[in-house]
Design a protein around this ligand. Structure first.
Ligand SMILES: Nc1ncnc2c1ncn2[C@@H]1O[C@H](COP(=O)(O)OP(=O)(O)OP(=O)(O)O)[C@@H](O)[C@H]1O
Ligand SMILES: [Mg+2]
Length: 382
C-alpha cells in the first residue's frame, strides 16, 4: 500500500500537469475562428478523455488514501437515492428494495466519495447475482454503545449504518478474508480490477467509519458501512466556503497576475489567455524567481497564481516569504493533488483559493476575477 501511495502521488502530479497542458491547448484550438464543427466535435472527445484520465488518477489516489476529501453535512438517504438512480441500469432480473430511516441524523462526509463507495458495493452485489435476485439497501441509526459492544471505536453520537444486502453467490471464508486487498478479485480478466472494495475501505476509513461484512457461501452477502453521526463541530478539513459575492456582478478583468509555474507550455498558455482576458501577466518559473519578482513588483501584483511543486523553492515555502512582504497577498494555489490536511493548513495560513489540475483556463480567469472582486469589496468596506 505504501509504495502504491508514493508512486500514485508522483504520477498524479506529472499526469495532471500533462492533462492540463493538453486541455489548455485544445481550448486554444477551439477558439480559432476557422475551427469548424468537426474540430469542435473532436475537441469535445478530447475533453471527455482528459476527464477520464483525471478520474483514473483520482482512482489511484483514492486507493493510496491521498485523495482530497470535501466534507459537508450529509443526509445519507440522499446518497442512497442518488446511487439508486445510477443502478437503474442494472438488469431487470434484480429487484431493488429500500428501507430508509426517516429523519436520519446527518453525517460529515464527502458526497462524491460516499456515492462512489456505495456504488462499488452495489455493483459487487449485482455481479454476485448473475441470474437475478434482490438488492436491499437499508439506513438506520445505530447506538454508539451497541457498536462499541462489537469492539469498534464508538463515536460519541453513534453511527449511521448503510447496509447493502444481496441474495447472490455469497463468499467462502478464504475470499471474505481478502476482499479489501487492492487487486484481489475472483472475476475474470477485464471483468474486475480488484480495486472496488479497497477504495470503499479507504473512503470509509477516511471518514472515521467502519465496515462489516456478513456472508455465507451460496446465501448472499451483507455489507454494512458505518459513518459517525456529525457532532456539533465543523471539521477542520472543511474548506472555506466560496463567497457568494459574485452573484450578478461580472468579475473584474483588470489587474496584474503573477503566474508561478514550472511547465513552460502552461506558462505560455496562461500568459496568452490571461492577457486576452484583460490581465497583465508576470511569470516566474521557480520559487526563487517568484520571490524576487514579487519583491520588485509587489505594488502592482494583485494576485499570485502559485503552483506548489516548484524547483529551487517549493510553493509551500514561497507562501510565507510572500506573506512577509505583504500579509494581505492574494494567493491562489494550483495543484495536481493535495491531501486534505495540508490543504486545510494552507487555507489557515491565508491562501485564498485552490484550483485543481487539470483545470480549464476559463475557470482560472473566473476565480481570479471573483477573488479580486471580493478583495476590492472588502477594502472598500474597511
Ligand atoms: N456482494 C458480494 N458477493 C460475493 N462476493 C463479493 C461481493 N462483493 C465482493 N465480493 C468478492 O470480493 C472481490 C473483491 O471485490 P472488489 O470490488 O474489490 O473487486 P472486483 O469487484 O473484483 O473488481 P472491481 O470492483 O475493481 O471491478 C470480488 O472479486 C468478489 O469475489
Ligand atoms: Mg467491485
Amino acid at each position: 500500500m505504501e509504495s502504491i501511495g508514493t508512486l500514485a502521488g508522483g504520477i498524479a502530479h506529472d499526469f495532471n500537469n500533462i492533462l492540463n497542458i493538453i486541455r489548455g491547448y485544445a481550448t486554444l484550438i477551439g477558439q480559432q475562428p476557422t475551427a469548424g464543427w468537426q474540430i469542435t466535435k473532436s475537441l469535445k472527445v478530447i475533453d471527455q478523455e482528459i476527464e477520464r484520465g483525471a478520474s483514473v488518477v483520482r482512482q489511484l489516489l483514492a486507493v493510496a488514501r491521498k485523495t482530497e476529501t470535501h466534507l459537508a453535512s450529509l443526509d445519507v438517504n440522499d446518497i442512497v437515492l442518488k446511487v439508486c438512480e445510477l443502478i437503474k441500469t442494472f438488469p431487470k432480473t434484480i429487484t431493488v428494495a429500500l428501507n430508509l430511516e426517516r429523519d436520519v441524523p446527518s453525517v460529515l462526509a464527502d458526497p462524491n466519495q460516499m456515492s462512489r463507495a456505495l456504488l462499488n458495493v452495489c455493483v459487487n452485489a449485482r455481479d454476485a447475482m448473475p441470474t437475478g435476485g434482490q438488492l436491499s439497501i437499508r439506513t438506520e441509526t445505530v447506538d454508539a454503545n451497541k457498536v462499541r459492544d462489537r469492539r469498534f471505536d464508538g463515536g460519541v453520537n453513534g453511527y449511521i449504518c448503510i447496509a447493502v444486502s444481496d441474495t447472490g453467490t455469497g463468499m467462502k471464508d478464504e475470499v471474505r478474508g481478502r476482499i479489501f486487498e487492492p487487486f484481489f478479485t475472483t472475476k475474470g480478466i477485464g471483468e474486475g480490477t480488484g480495486l472496488g472494495l479497497a477504495i470503499v475501505y479507504s473512503i470509509i476509513k477516511e471518514h472515521n467509519g467502519l465496515i462489516e461484512v456478513d456472508s455465507v457461501a451460496g446465501h448472499g452477502a451483507t455489507f454494512r458501512l458505518y459513518l459517525p453521526i456529525q457532532s456539533g463541530e465543523q471539521s477542520v478539513a472543511d474548506a472555506p466556503k466560496k463567497s457568494a459575492a459574485s452573484g450578478g456582478i461580472h468579475p473584474s478583468r483588470s489587474g496584474t497576475v503573477l503566474v508561478v509555474e514550472d511547465e513552460v507550455a502552461l506558462v505560455q498558455l496562461l500568459k496568452k489567455l490571461l492577457s486576452q482576458a484583460g490581465y497583465r501577466v508576470l511569470a516566474a518559473m521557480d520559487g526563487e524567481e517568484a520571490i524576487d519578482l514579487y519583491q520588485n513588483h509587489k505594488a502592482e501584483i494583485d494576485v499570485v497564481l502559485l503552483d506548489l511543486g516548484l524547483p529551487k523553492i517549493t510553493g509551500f515555502d514561497v507562501i510565507p516569504r510572500l506573506k512577509e512582504q505583504n500579509p494581505g497577498v492574494n494567493i491562489i494555489i494550483t495543484t495536481g493533488y493535495l491531501e486534505a490536511d495540508l490543504k486545510a493548513k494552507l487555507f489557515r495560513t491565508g491562501v485564498k483559493d485552490c484550483i485543481h489540475k487539470p483545470y480549464l483556463v476559463d475557470d482560472v480567469i473566473e476565480r481570479i476575477g471573483t477573488l479580486l472582486e471580493n478583495s476590492w469589496t472588502a477594502s472598500n468596506e474597511a
